[in-house]
Ligand binder design. Structure first.
Ligand code: C5P
Length: 322
């Protein structure tokens, strides 16, 4: 498998007989609340995961090809695997196997979601590839079938497909849609280098070793605040549960300088500051669009992150764009 070439370049080189292709756009997510229970016998953790899709997107293009290959473009392309550990490739393999066909497809990922950043970028590519292949191959899977394949791919993949806002139970794959009013204005501080999700969960277990971890539950105040669309109300509900992300102490333990990033965003006027999922991306809730721009500018000049991105929520789930 190769990295870097674009399907559009190949199409024009191939002339009028160019292969058919389908492009799907998929959003990133932030976990507004992430309540984590004790480890299960299978090693996963039961969650109460309040997912919110945000308007940073990857695009996955599936093009007819003679074999399965993955290419990636974008600033962090070099950090994305192009073998079958890439969830996009696995999505094509799983869908093809279910329909008794070969997974012959070129998947090109135009990457804009931070890599290994706690924003479900890999999951987004899995969901996007699945929808793109289903459309390209005419396999006509219903939503239930697609969600089942997503759950096989990973805990966060079903949410990447549906977007909006949802409560994820089980390991995060059992979804109930939530009402979320927008736009909510968020700023994301992208760190240098990623954090491994399994490593963060292991650190959570290590930090929790001498206490009993309760079963995870969503905060009713957080769910109400999401429905209200009022950022100050949401920030107050998050403050009442000490920020809401049970993985945050583990991410901070593995990456102590993230505390400075959180502090810089708070000093710049963020209503709430939290590590996104397993990190290391930090998420800041802003009062409005102007405040978001100010927080992003302050974060960029603080030297505590590589880049700051603004995005609105809720964002739609995976959708075919061309
Ligand atoms: O489901 P996914 O493959 O994305 O999970 C990656 C890793 O994160 C798992 O192997 C596990 O270590 C950890 N995890 C967990 N509990 C969850 C979700 C993920 O322990 N609910």
């Amino acid at each position: 498998m190769t990295s870097g070439s674009t399907p559009s370049a190949e199409r024009s080189a191939a002339g009028p007989a160019a292969a058919r292709s389908v492009t799907v756009r998929v959003p990133a997510k932030v976990n507004v609340q992430l309540a984590v229970g004790p480890p299960r016998p299978d090693g996963f953790h039961d969650l109460a995961n309040v997912f919110l899709a945000v308007g940073l997107y990857d695009e996955v293009t599936a093009t007819e090809a003679d074999d399965l290959r993955v290419t990636v473009s974008g600033r962090d392309a070099a950090a994305v695997p192009t073998d079958t550990t890439n969830l996009a490739a696995r999505a094509a393999q799983l869908l093809a196997a279910r329909h008794g066909r070969r997974p012959n497809v070129h998947l090109h990922i135009a990457k804009d979601i931070p890599v290994a950043g706690g924003m479900a970028g890999g999951s987004a590519d899995g969901a996007g590839a699945l929808l793109a292949c289903d459309e390209l191959w005419g396999t006509g899977s219903g939503t239930e079938e697609l969600l089942g394949v997503c759950a096989e791919l990973g805990s966060d993949v079903p949410f990447s497909l549906v977007g909006g806002a949802a409560l994820g139970r089980g390991r995060g794959e059992r979804l109930t849609a939530l009402s979320a009013k927008g736009p909510l204005h968020w700023v994301f501080a992208v760190a240098d280098g990623g954090l491994s999700t399994p490593a963060v969960y292991r650190e959570f277990d290590r930090l929790a070793a001498d206490r009993s971890v309760p079963e995870p539950d969503p905060s009713p105040a957080v769910l109400d605040a999401l429905g209200s669309g009022d950022p100050a109300t949401l920030a107050a509900a998050l403050a009442a549960i000490a920020g809401g992300n049970d993985l945050q102490p583990a991410a901070l333990s593995l990456r102590p300088p993230l505390a400075d990033t959180l502090g810089a965003g708070t000093a710049a006027g963020a209503l709430a500051a939290l590590v996104s999922g397993s990190g290391p991306t930090c998420a800041f809730l802003a009062a409005d669009e102007a405040a978001a721009a100010e927080i992003a500018a302050a974060l960029e000049s603080s030297g505590t992150c590589r880049q700051a991105r603004v995005a609105q929520a809720p964002a739609p789930g995976a959708e075919v764009v061309r």
